[in-house]
Design a protein around this ligand. Structure first.
Ligand code: GLN
Length: 384
């Protein structure tokens, strides 16, 4: 008898972030693909981690996260979103946002349930749904603004709909949900059994004076939501894989049952350091200005090249561009070609479309040092 596995994800291969970052490394290309900063993190934060380790905080943290960190987050949420969260029952520290999304989906899904998502969508959502035996129902966002067609969302709801996944500020399009979007979502879900998974990992990255509309601001939405955040995006520490999830007490109790048998807890010294570092609120309050500057610099530079900016990103640290003046290759092929031949890696937006039409676009990450962006532009000048 030969040994074999029935794949849980028969249609999924290595994800696009691994492929493009791998290619960038192999071809020594400037990596504007996977979303991560290339500038240093705060020295204060590094010193706090080091101190936490020296002080002996090196063993398992409590399963739900250390009290000081949960308390600091509750204070932050209260100040920003005027919502009171119970630190003991409604928040859990997780090894990253992607993990929290998977855990929330695993908490609520039963085989054959349906989950609505809006495409383009972050690439982990569909595999996470399918690993639970459930089905993803994909609704396209309106091209090219990527606003939400609420008629289409309404039409996608059936008696099997268990959840809707939302993401604002949005990866990869940079769309930031408006108050009216949240109100529409509330209207659509109130009186139903539909849960909301709200991926808000880019909460502090909004530009042009836009304000992040968190589900946490809307009590009736929060009552049916798992809301997911990431320290990686806020403190430029994606490699730490630290995030958290907020949900009402009864949903969170079920979430924790799963979490305790996945990773059990997250690394302790980082939690101790983050609890202290969260007292420096200017660190996250200055992020809109910080990223506005980065986005504007990127746009200013790329405008000299034959790419077309659909519209400036309003949130997240990604900018979408069309390249129809350069090539008619499909976007994945073009992204690979650009990496190998021009020395700049990006993400083809088709990777975020499993079931809906994509439009030959590239996503560039602008969370980079100015010198990195300048070098990328020098490489791309060969296209002119
Ligand atoms: N969230 C990041 C992005 O969209 C990457 C996450 C990952 O590599 N899985 O680029």
């Amino acid at each position: 008898m030969s040994l074999s596995i029935t794949s849980k994800l028969p249609n999924i291969a290595t994800n696009i972030f691994s492929i493009m970052s791998g290619l960038a490394m192999e071809h020594k290309a400037i990596n504007l693909s996977q979303g991560f900063p290339d500038y240093p993190i705060s020295d204060t934060l590094i010193a706090l981690v080091s101190k936490a380790m020296q002080d002996g905080n090196n063993q398992y943290a409590p399963m739900i996260g250390i009290p000081a960190l949960r308390n600091a987050l509750v204070k932050k949420v209260e100040k920003l979103y005027k919502t009171s969260i119970n630190p003991d029952t409604e928040i859990t520290i997780t090894p990253g946002g992607t993990y929290a999304i998977y855990t929330a989906l695993t908490t609520i899904l039963q085989p054959l349930d349906e989950v609505i998502l809006l495409e383009p969508a972050y690439d982990s959502y569909i595999p996470n749904i399918e690993m639970n035996g459930a089905k993803a129902i994909c609704v396209p966002l309106r091209f090219p603004t990527y606003s939400i067609d609420w008629e289409l969302v309404q039409q996608a709801i059936t008696s099997k709909t268990k959840a809707i996944i939302i993401n604002t500020p949005h990866n990869p399009t940079g769309y930031v949900w408006t108050k009216s979007d949240l109100e529409q979502l509330d209207k659509l879900t109130s009186g139903t059994n539909i849960f909301i998974i709200s991926d808000e990992v880019y909460e502090h990255i909004t530009m042009d004076g836009l304000v992040h509309e968190s589900v946490l601001k809307y009590p009736s939405l929060l009552a049916r939501s798992f809301v997911i955040f990431s320290f990686g995006k806020v403190f430029h520490t994606t490699g730490w894989k630290m995030g958290y999830c907020i949900a009402p007490e009864n949903w969170m109790a079920e979430f924790r049952k799963i979490h305790q048998f996945e990773s059990f807890s997250c690394n302790t010294p980082m939690q101790v350091a983050l609890a202290e570092f969260l007292q420096h609120e200017e660190e996250y309050l200055q992020l809109p200005t910080f990223f506005q500057h980065k986005r504007d610099f990127f746009l200013d530079q790329i405008s000299a090249l034959p790419f077309t900016i659909l519209q400036p990103a309003s949130g997240s640290y990604f900018q979408l561009v069309a390249y129809d003046k350069i090539s008619d290759m499909p976007d994945k092929e073009f992204a690979i070609w650009l990496t190998k031949n021009m020395g700049v890696a990006s993400i083809p937006v088709s990777a975020f479309h499993a079931h809906t039409k994509s439009n030959n676009l590239l996503r560039f990450c602008f969370a980079k040092k100015e010198e990195t962006i300048l070098q990328a532009m020098r490489n791309l000048k060969q296209l002119c």
